[in-house]
Design a protein around this ligand. Structure first.
Ligand SMILES: Nc1ncnc2c1ncn2[C@@H]1O[C@H](COP(=O)(O)OP(=O)(O)OP(=O)(O)O)[C@@H](O)[C@H]1O
Length: 449
C-alpha cells in the first residue's frame, strides 16, 4: 500500500499552465515499477489527462512496459460509441493498443450508475486477464477523493470508510489491483494540462445530473469551500484517516499474530480475554478483520452493524450471531468465527475448470475468495474431482474426524475435494488412503491469515 502522502503543491503550474515535468515525474515514478497495465480511459478530461501525461512520461523516462488502453462503452448515451472510437484513434496515434468493451444486454431501470460501475469493472477484469496485467490505472483525482470522503460522511462511515480511495489498492472491485496516480492532483491541474497541450475532451452530462448523488454532492461542494471546507482539506483529512487506519491495522495484526488460532479448514478462534483490554476501536477492527478473514470478502459491511455485534458479544458470555456471511460465537472467554453456509454457500466446481480458467487468465486459482490452490499437482488429478464446502460432499464420512476444540458446525464450509466415489481430501481433517494418499493440490489461505 502506498500510504505516504505525495502532496503535489498548488503551484503556478496548477493554476494555469498544467503540470511541470517534475510534478509529472513525482506523480508517476513512485507507482510504476509495474510492467503490464490497463489504462481506463473514457474520453473525459481526467482520463484523457492520464492517457497523455502517462504516455508523455513513459517516453521521457524510457519506461518500456506494456500498456493497453481500455474504454468501456456503457451504451447509455447515443454518442458513447463514437466517443469510445475517438479515444481509440487518439491512443493509436500514440502507438498504443486500444480496446472498446461494450456493456451488453438489457439495462436496469434503477440503480443504473452502480450497475454500470459493476459491469465496467467486470469488463476491465476480463481485459486485464487477457494480457496478464499487473494493475488497472484510473484517473481518480483529488476532487474525486473529496467527493468520496463527503459521500462516506453521509453514510456514517468511521475511520476506515473515511480513508476513502487508496493510491495503490490491491483489493479493488473484482479483486483487481487499482492504481490511482492522480489521487492528490486537483482536477483543475489536469484540465490545465490538457488545455496547455491543446487537447479537447468530451463531457458526460450525467456528471451534472442532479438525479445522481455524486452530482448533487459536487454542487454543494462550492458552498462548503466558501467556509474553508475545500477539496484539498477534505482530501487531506481522508489521507489522515488512511494513516490512522494503517495504525489500527498494525495493532490488529500484532494481536492476531500473537493470539489467533486458525484451523487450516477455515474456522478461527481468539481467546478474547488474553488480548488484554484494547480500546473499543481496536476491538471493532479485530472483529472486522476476523470476519473478512473467514469469509474471504473485501469489505466487512456496515459499521453500525459491526458496533452492534461487538456490543452483543461483550454483553453475553454465550452468544451466537451472524454478520456479513460470518458466524460469530462467544463461548465464555473465547470467540469462534467461521463462514456461514447461509443462502449463498461456497460454489462446488470442477478443479480442472478452476485451474484452466486461472491459467488462461494468468491469475491465481482461488476458491471461494478464501483459498489459493497450488497448481503444481493439478495435472495428476482426475478430471472429475470437484472442490466445494464439506457440507455438500456426498457419501459416507468414515475417517473424517472433527477436532474437539472448535464447534462442529464451524466446518460446514471447509474446503473439501471429492469425486464420484466420495470424499478425497479436507485439510487437516481427512486424507483418502491408498493411491491418492499424497494429495497433489496444496491449499493456502488468501487474505489476513
Ligand atoms: N467508460 C469508461 N471507460 C474507461 N474508463 C473509465 C470509464 N469510466 C470511468 N473510467 C475510469 O474510471 C475513473 C473514475 O471514473 P468515475 O469517477 O466516473 O467513476 P466512479 O464511478 O466515480 O468511480 P468508481 O468506479 O471507482 O466508483 C476514470 O477517471 C477513468 O479512469
Amino acid at each position: 500500500m502506498n500510504s505516504v502522502a505525495r502532496n503535489v503543491p498548488e503551484t503556478e503550474s496548477h493554476r494555469g499552465m498544467g503540470l511541470t515535468s517534475d510534478e509529472i515525474d513525482s506523480i508517476f515514478r513512485p507507482q510504476f515499477p509495474l510492467c503490464r497495465l490497463v489504462l481506463g480511459v473514457s474520453g473525459g478530461p481526467d482520463s484523457l489527462a492520464l492517457l497523455y501525461l502517462f504516455h508523455e512520461w513513459t517516453k521521457r523516462v524510457g519506461w518500456t512496459g506494456d500498456i493497453l488502453v481500455a474504454t468501456i462503452d456503457h451504451g447509455l448515451r447515443p454518442e458513447s460509441a463514437a466517443e469510445a472510437q475517438q479515444v481509440g484513434e487518439r491512443a493509436r496515434a500514440m502507438g498504443l493498443r486500444h480496446v472498446v468493451r461494450t456493456w451488453e444486454g438489457e439495462k436496469p431501470s434503477s440503480n443504473i450508475q452502480a450497475q454500470a460501475r459493476a459491469a465496467r469493472y467486470r469488463l476491465f477484469a476480463q481485459e486485464m486477464a487477457s494480457i496478464g496485467a499487473d494493475a488497472l490505472v484510473l484517473a481518480h483525482h483529488l476532487d474525486d477523493q473529496a467527493e468520496t470522503f463527503l459521500d462516506r460522511l453521509t453514510r456514517g462511515s468511521g475511520v476506515y470508510g473515511l480513508g476513502a480511495m487508496i493510491g495503490d489498492d490491491s483489493g479493488g472491485p473484482e479483486g483487481l489491483r487499482i492504481m490511482r496516480p492522480f489521487l492528490e492532483v486537483p482536477k483543475s491541474a489536469l484540465m490545465d494540462a490538457l488545455r496547455a497541450r491543446g487537447i479537447p475532451w468530451v463531457c458526460d452530462p450525467s456528471n451534472y445530473d442532479p438525479a445522481y448523488k455524486r452530482a448533487r454532492l459536487r454542487q454543494i461542494m462550492g458552498g462548503l469551500a466558501e467556509e474553508g471546507l475545500t477539496s484539498q482539506r477534505l482530501a487531506d483529512t481522508a489521507r489522515r484517516m488512511r494513516r490512522a487506519r494503517e495504525g489500527l491495522d498494525y495493532c490488529c495484526r500484532s494481536i492476531l499474530n500473537a493470539h489467533l488460532v486458525c484451523h487450516p479448514a477455515g474456522p478461527v478462534r481468539l481467546p478474547w480475554n488474553s488480548i488484554g483490554d484494547p480500546p473499543e476501536e481496536i476491538r471493532l477492527r479485530l472483529l472486522a478483520h476476523l470476519i473478512l478473514g473467514v469469509t474471504g470478502q473485501q469489505a466487512p459491511g456496515r459499521l453500525a452493524k459491526l458496533e452492534g455485534l461487538l456490543f452483543t458479544l461483550e454483553a453475553h458470555e454465550r452468544v451466537k450471531q451472524t454478520l456479513s456471511g460470518a458466524v460469530v460465537q462467544r463461548q465464555d472467554d473465547t470467540l469462534y468465527l467461521w463462514k456461514e453456509v447461509g443462502r449463498t454457500p461456497p460454489a462446488v466446481c470442477r478443479v480442472a475448470d478452476l485451474v484452466a480458467a486461472a491459467q488462461a487468465n494468468g491469475r491465481p486459482a482461488i476458491w471461494d475468495g478464501r483459498y489459493h490452490l497450488g497448481l503444481e499437482g493439478a495435472g495428476f488429478l482426475n478430471s472429475d474431482v470437484v472442490i466445494g464446502p464439506l457440507v455438500r460432499a456426498p457419501g459416507p464420512r468414515d475417517g473424517l474426524t472433527l477436532p474437539s476444540d472448535f464447534p462442529v458446525a464451524a466446518f460446514a464450509c471447509a474446503p473439501a475435494f471429492w469425486d464420484s466415489e466420495g470424499l478425497l481430501y479436507v485439510p487437516d481433517l481427512f486424507q483418502m488412503r491408498g493411491s491418492e494418499a499424497a494429495y497433489p493440490l496444496s491449499l493456502k489461505r488468501t487474505g489476513l491469515f
